[in-house]
Write a protein that binds this ligand. Structure first.
Ligand SMILES: *Cc1c(COP(=O)(O)O)cnc(C)c1O
Length: 221
């Protein structure tokens, strides 16, 4: 493990940490970075790690001590769910009720409750050309009711991805509104996963409880 990589990560992490209030959970997004970086982060005191791919997440999570907490935030492929339910503590990208059913039965089988965020599509206009995943806010009530009835799932909140080249404020305002709507159906689902390297400070203004930060800490991919 190189000392220079260690000090590079420590400095970037300290800078990001200084901009996040203590009550907010920082998820360090370690996708594409080696397990040695995750070990450095662990030694620096980080416990929450985010991955977009099952294969990477399942391998890296095996290398880390038991008290590390793993977040799956990538597009869900149904055939990967059995593995994802094994290694992930939180799934952030739930947006399909058939995936919810499958997660619930796999979690029942594994004797766990799988914590899930419902992903909300924050695009201003949702049409067949929408690239981004997530359900529309109009679908949230019925989706949440259906998911809440599933024995293997605990819905913990909402997740969203801000726009790439536009003001993220309207998007995070929508996410905050979705959170309030969700809590009418599921009062305990208070978490908001919003904000990445480029926009986490704005997400915090709109009540984010979890931020997912990769490149500001680990460098560009
Ligand atoms: C990659 C990714 C992040 C982290 O992005 P950075 O710009 O590297 O901070 C956060 N959330 C999701 C869903 C991602 O795919």
């Amino acid at each position: 493990m190189s000392d220079s990589r260690q000090s590079e990560i420590a400095a970037a992490l300290a800078d990001v940490r200084s901009r996040i209030p203590a009550h907010v959970t920082l998820i360090v997004v370690t996708k594409t970075f080696p397990a040695s970086d995750v070990e450095i982060l662990y030694q620096l005191g980080e416990r929450n790690f985010g991955e977009n791919r099952d294969s990477e997440g399942s391998e890296k999570s095996l290398d880390l001590p038991e008290d590390s907490i793993w977040h799956f935030q990538g597009a869900i492929q149904s055939n990967k769910l059995r593995s994802i339910v094994q290694w992930s503590d939180f799934i952030h990208s739930l947006d399909d009720i058939s995936h919810a059913r499958k997660i619930s039965s796999l979690a029942d089988e594994a004797n766990k409750k799988q914590s899930c965020f419902i992903q909300i599509n924050l695009d201003p206009e949702i049409n067949e050309n929408s690239q981004r995943s997530g359900i529309s806010i109009d679908e949230l009530d019925s989706f949440a009711e259906a998911a809440a009835a599933m024995t293997g799932i605990t819905v913990v909140g909402v997740m969203g991805v801000g726009p790439l080249n536009a003001d993220p404020r309207p998007a995070f305002a929508t996410l905050e509104k979705a959170s309030q709507a969700l809590q009418k159906t599921i009062p305990g689902a208070t978490l908001i996963s919003g904000g990445m390297s480029g926009d986490f400070e704005i997400a915090l203004e709109f009540g984010a409880t979890h931020v997912r930060v990769g490149s500001s800490i680990l460098g560009s991919r």
